[in-house]
Ligand binder design. Structure first.
Ligand SMILES: NC(=O)c1ccc[n+]([C@@H]2O[C@H](COP(=O)([O-])OP(=O)(O)OC[C@H]3O[C@@H](n4cnc5c(N)ncnc54)[C@H](O)[C@@H]3O)[C@@H](O)[C@H]2O)c1
Length: 381
């Protein structure tokens, strides 16, 4: 069975296809789109594990097909890689009627999408996400880009794909660490809609961390419904609505850079959401009871011990460099209640430091902490 979500935007519309037949749908879509040439940007690990499936699938394309095997690392999320893709496109006379297909995780999708958005002022591109993170989040919404000067996603564009095709069998070869990273974004989505969504995602996350089978199609469908619904209302992050998707991300981006990318994006998001919960409580948006409930409910989610090595002042510096900031302030996305998120909250540096310190305490002794260690920080400024 394949589920479909239609993303209807002002200038363009596309469908997200989730399920067994999604790769066939991708081929049908390209073959019916009068595309002359196609560059498939394939994550090297995906190619290693799934080359037969990929070859068989793309043999059905009627246009000329080239491939670029891409090593997906944050270091390679760079203008240097974009130039390499431009070179392939230009040497092979790719015109405006050509397309790029990104097969990989968020790094591959962001890089390939940015190349597609800028080559000849924009050619078509399709997303085939292969990590959980990309399936639940990054493949949808049209944010593309690369890192620059040690700043995450500093150069980029809003450029919507012409279709997203989610085939969950790719996850069978995804390393556990990467699965956990994807769980970070699922964790985020659990706060962004109503109670049923919270329960569905929380139950599945728990099973995932217990090493049990989960219904990926259901989880992905739930997350992408939330994301696409937000994106259609605020495609380019101008009304503020889309900012809710950045829950935990002001912390997360700084944590990623501070860890020199040892911390995966989703792992950083998990840590970032815990900090956002603390900030929400300190800033008076979230009651202490709710704060403890959330920390307790999700106490099965491990947080990387890397956070214990963080230099707090450097983290604050990285946060000042975050492109989401305005007027020299660091602003945050905070939580009032499940499904009720506040954006653009400016907080004191002292509160940010308390949030990071609380996270460290939590990581040191996650089990004991949930029995109420918050009080040890009360009164600090
Ligand atoms: N554009 C957006 O809206 C958006 C949203 C969230 C995150 N992001 C970006 O996404 C990136 C993180 O993406 P990610 O977590 O998917 O990481 P990733 O793309 O780096 O992939 C993680 C690792 O998994 C490997 N891999 C991918 N698929 C595999 C498979 N099926 N089997 C085996 N190995 C596989 C890759 O080779 C890589 O080593 C970050 O750069 C982040 O900034 C973008």
């Amino acid at each position: 069975m394949t589920n479909q979500i239609n993303v209807k935007l002002v200038d363009s519309s596309y469908s997200i296809n989730i399920g067994d037949k999604s790769l066939k749908k991708l081929i049908d879509k390209i073959n019916s789109s009068r595309i002359s040439k196609c560059l498939i940007v394939i994550d090297s690990n995906v190619n290693k594990h799934h080359s037969l499936l990929i070859r068989k699938t793309f043999a059905l394309l009627e246009c000329k097909v080239l491939q670029y095997i891409f090593i997906a690392t944050e270091k390679n999320k760079s203008l240097n890689q974009i130039e390499k893709i431009y070179n392939i496109l230009s040497y092979n006379y790719f015109g405006r009627d050509s397309a790029i297909v990104a097969i990989g995780g968020g790094v591959t999708g962001d890089v390939a999408g940015f190349a597609a958005s800028t080559y000849m002022r924009g050619i078509k591109y399709f997303q085939v996400p292969t990590t959980l993170l990309a399936m639940v989040d990054s493949s949808v919404g049209g944010k593309t880009g690369v890192n620059f000067n040690n700043k995450k996603n500093l150069i980029g564009s809003f450029y919507q794909p012409d279709g997203v095709f989610v085939y969950t069998d790719f996850l069978k070869t995804l390393p556990y660490k990467e699965l956990i990273s994807g769980a970070g974004e699922v964790f985020k989505y659990s706060f962004l809609a109503g109670h049923n969504n919270y329960l569905l995602l929380n139950n599945n996350l728990k099973k995932l961390f217990e090493g049990k089978e989960i219904d990926y199609n259901k989880v992905i469908l739930s997350c992408l419904k939330i994301k696409s619904n937000i994106v259609v209302q605020d495609e380019k992050e101008t009304t503020g609505l889309r900012k809710v998707l950045n829950l935990g991300h002001t912390f997360a981006h700084a944590f990623e850079v501070e860890s020199n990318y040892k911390l995966k994006h989703g792992e950083a998001v998990i840590a970032g959401i815990y900090c956002a919960l603390v900030l929400s409580e300190i800033s008076g948006y979230l009651s202490k009871e709710k704060w403890e409930l959330f920390f307790g409910n999700f106490s099965y989610i491990p947080i990387s011990k890397t956070v214990l090595k963080f230099d707090q002042d450097r983290i604050i510096q990285f946060m000042f460099g975050d492109k989401k900031n305005t007027k020299g302030n660091i602003s945050f996305v905070l939580i009032e209640e499940i499904g009720s998120i506040v954006v653009d909250v400016v907080v004191e540096k002292a509160s940010i430091l308390i949030a990071i310190k609380t996270l460290s305490e939590f990581v040191k002794d996650q089990k004991r902490f949930k029995r109420g260690k918050l009080s040890s920080f009360e009164g600090e400024t």
